[in-house]
Structure formats: structure tokens, C-alpha cells
Design a protein. Structure first.
Length: 396
């Protein structure tokens, strides 16, 4: 069978030589061999040099995603299985005290468009590129062999599917579909996860370490948890000995789950006030009431999925951080996050600095924050560094 080729425009090979895994349409010279979506491509420079093996995505602005930079290792089933085994094995070096963790983190594990999370005995798979979708059966087989687990559920249903020209897919790929919530643990805390309906693959696993950090600082504190979702930060604040927690979310369903998590863990429900409201509106109301908190968590949803939306998103991030800083007591702590791929770490820090300047507060960065160790970011793929955060403190 003749190998299809993708040839770059002259001078457009520099990113590939740095092992960046994306080829954008603007760098494309031409394609030979009539490949279909997901087919393997030999990627070459304009002068015919081998650069990489990739998978074709004709409906995407990213026309190819690269899986191998070794000429002797084309994109085949053997390579896919090896990459899966390597990713799963790497997690044992950082295995936290939990039965829920990310096993494959897409491009950063050399598997473009492949996300796999483990919740107890259930694997949840997201396939968000043509190359990943085409190799779905191989990925499922490799994952079950690498983990010894037989239950695989697919959640390929995010907004990115339309951008990639792919159909939304959700359902069981191996074994029975989960009959209800799956109970997971993070240390001594337990959560119930609905992998069929929850955000992302069911839970925000990437915030595990930051939840534990909130627990460390919450003792005797008045805590404000904004965009609390199902209560991850709230539960850790309560378990850390918070005096009182106000937890805000616009979703009554999420708040109901958060309340059930408080009960599930035997925590004192009288120390938490769940508020169903728009966070921006509630923060302004709290400001007008002259309320003040020792510790505030800002973990908003994605404001800027792409860099093209960064300017508009920056205004939202600045507004919410300005409001939160004004609600902090002297010596108070702000845990502030962005999960927007279109907002870089540098830009996010500038946004928070601008909010502190407008508030007239000499705030300090105590530490930078990011995802837990089961969410590695390849050095050649800075776009994978989507979750960024700051722990900010006011002078006492």
C-alpha cells in the first residue's frame, strides 16, 4: 500500500523539528496519496526530508497531528499500544492516594486527541481527533491490557468535536455502562462521579493537588468557594477545619451533588452555605454588603477556548479577580485559576496583577499553581498547559 505524504511549505518545518505535534493548515504545501480522515501520513519538508508520522485531519485547522518523529516507527497499531503502555506505566511514579486519575493526557503523552481517566474500576475515554477516532478499537484493547480493567466508557462529546469535523459519541465501548454514580476517593474524602453526564469525563481530576492545598490553609478560615461545582474545594475546606464556607454555583444540580458529598463524608453541613446564583452578581452583592473572607477560591469555567477569544476572556478574568480581591481580609488568600487554553500563564498573571492594581492592593504571589502530576505537559507542547493558577496573598 502506497504511503500518503504531507509536504510542508518551504521554511515551515521548524516547529516539527522541535517536536511540536500540530501542523496547521497555513503550513501545508500539499498532500499526496488521497488519504482519508485519520489515515497515516509521512510528513516531509519542502525539500523531501522526513520529519514525522502523523494522522490526517482534513476538516480541522490542525490538518495533521504527529504521533512519531522516528522514521522507523510509523503510526501503526504497535506504536499506539506502546504509547498507551508507556503512559499508563508512567502514572505509577506519581500515584496519589486516590483511585481516580488521568492515565493518558493526549499530546503530552504522545497520543494526540486521546484522553483517558480512571474512576475506580471504570475507564473513561475521550477521542477528539480524527487519528484517535480511527484507532478507537486499538486504543480500547491497549488500555484494557495495560490496566487490567474491562469497563471502558466513551465521552467524546465536547465542543471540540465540531471544530474537528467529528461526530459526538458517548456510550460504553467495553463492558456494561455504569449503572449510576461511581464512588472515588481523594485521600480520606469520597466523591460520587457520574461519568455519563458530569463535566469533562465526570470530575475535575486536574485540581486534586490544589484542593489539598486549600485544605491545608483552611483551618479556622471564613471561605468563599466560587463556581463550586460538586464541592471539591468546599469539602477540602471543611475537612481542613474551615469556620464557615459559602459555596456558589449557578447549577442547582451541581449544588445538590455538593450537598450530598458533605453528607457522604460526614462533614458538618451547618458550616457550609450553598448559594445558587451567578457568581459575578453574587460577588458584587457581597461587596456591597461589605463581606470579607480569609480564603477565596476562583475556579471558573473556560472563558477562552482559543487564543482568538483571549481579549474578551481577559476582561472577565480581571473583573472576577478584582471583585474577589476586594472581598479578602488583610492577610487573606486567593486561589485563582484559569482553565482557558487561550490564556497563557504570563497573560493570566498580568490579568491578576491588573486586578490587584485597580483594587489598590499590594498583593503577593505565594506560589504558582497547576495540574496534578498525572496531567503532565510536554515541553514541546505549551498548548497543553491549560490549567494555570496563582495563590495570592494580601499583607496582614
Amino acid at each position: 500500500m502506497k504511503t500518503s505524504r504531507l509536504i510542508l511549505k518551504p521554511g515551515r518545518e521548524k516547529a516539527v523539528l522541535r517536536r511540536h505535534p500540530w501542523i496547521f493548515s497555513g503550513a501545508l504545501g500539499w498532500v499526496e496519496g488521497g488519504p482519508a480522515a485519520g489515515d497515516c501520513l509521512r510528513v516531509e519538508s519542502a525539500d523531501g526530508r522526513f520529519l514525522a508520522w502523523g494522522a490526517y485531519s482534513p476538516e480541522s485547522q490542525i490538518v495533521a497531528r504527529l504521533w512519531s518523529f522516528e522514521e522507523s516507527r510509523p503510526l501503526d497499531d504497535a506504536l499506539v499500544c506502546e504509547l498507551v503502555q508507556r503512559a499508563v506505566a508512567a502514572r505509577h511514579k506519581h500515584l496519589p492516594d486516590t483511585n481516580a486519575l488521568r492515565l493518558i493526557n493526549a499530546e503530552s503523552d504522545g497520543l494526540p486527541g486521546v484522553i483517558c481517566d480512571r474512576y475506580a474500576q471504570q475507564l473513561v475515554l475521550q477521542l477528539t481527533s480524527a487519528g484517535a477516532t480511527t484507532r478507537g478499537e486499538t486504543l480500547v484493547k491497549a488500555l484494557t491490557e495495560a490496566t487490567g480493567l474491562d469497563a471502558v466508557y466513551e465521552r467524546s462529546d465536547g465542543d471540540v468535536m465540531a471544530l474537528e469535523g467529528l461526530e459526538v459519541r458517548s456510550g460504553s465501548l467495553r463492558g456494561p455502562a455504569p449503572g449510576g454514580p461511581i464512588t472515588i476517593n481523594e485521600g480520606a474524602l469520597r466523591f460520587e462521579v457520574n461519568v455519563a453526564e458530569g463535566q469533562k469525563t465526570g470530575f475535575f481530576l486536574d485540581q486534586r493537588d490544589n484542593r489539598a492545598l486549600v485544605r491545608r490553609y483552611a483551618h479556622a478560615a471564613d471561605v468563599l468557594d466560587c463556581f463550586c461545582y460538586t464541592g471539591g474545594f468546599t469539602l477540602n475546606a471543611l475537612a481542613g477545619g474551615a469556620r464557615q464556607v459559602m459555596a456558589i454555583d449557578a447549577s442547582d444540580h451541581a449544588l445538590a451533588l455538593a450537598r450530598s458529598h458533605v453528607e457522604l463524608n460526614g462533614l458538618n453541613a451547618e458550616r457550609v452555605d450553598f448559594v445558587e446564583d451567578d457568581v459575578f452578581k453574587r460577588l458584587r452583592k457581597l461587596r456591597d454588603q461589605a463581606r470579607a473572607f480569609d480564603l477565596i477560591v476562583l475556579d471558573p469555567p473556560k472563558f477562552a477556548p482559543t487564543a482568538a477569544m483571549a481579549d474578551r476572556a481577559a476582561r472577565g478574568y480581571k473583573d472576577i479577580n478584582l471583585l474577589a480581591l476586594k472581598l479578602l481580609k488583610p492577610g487573606g488568600l486567593l486561589f485563582t485559576f484559569s482553565c482557558s487554553g487561550g490564556i497563557s500563564r504570563d497573560l493570566f498573571q498580568k490579568i491578576v496583577a491588573g486586578a490587584a492594581s485597580d483594587a489598590g492592593l499590594p498583593a503577593q504571589i505565594v506560589r504558582g499553581l497547576g495540574p496534578s502530576a498525572d496531567h503532565p505537559v510536554a515541553l514541546a507542547f505549551p498548548e497543553g498547559d491549560y490549567l494555570k493558577g496563582l495563590l495570592v496573598q494580601l499583607p496582614g
